[in-house]
Ligand binder design. Sequence first.
Ligand code: ZN
Ligand code: ZN
Length: 129
Amino acid sequence: MKGSCFCGQVQFEIKVDKVDAYHCHCSICRKVTGSKFNTAFTLSAEHFSWFSNNEGVKTYQKNGKGFRHDFCGNCGCTVPNRYQDVMFWVPAGLLDDEDGIEVTKHIFVESKAPWDVISDELDQFEGYP
Ligand SMILES: [Zn+2]
Ligand SMILES: [Zn+2]
């Protein structure tokens, strides 16, 4: 499956046919997306490759630690980032071929916005499962 940012400067491929994604309702994901949750998944680094040099990618870490937000310096779009060295965190909305994405859960439901009403049957977790 291939993915790209809004302007196309950042491009990547994931070498799996199917991914298990989640909707994260935490306060950081809400800020980063400007919406009620962030739909994403993680996968092992061996299944991920970049197709772009990513010179224009910028990183923001609040107080220099904790949640890391990588984004395209040209279009501002959230892009994948390497996570715990052996994993990649990938925002599901960047994938151009969406057939293999299955969302199975809501996470950090405890910190969701009061106006965020979950109306599906997916599993819900207060924090990280
Ligand atoms: Zn871009
Ligand atoms: Zn989150």
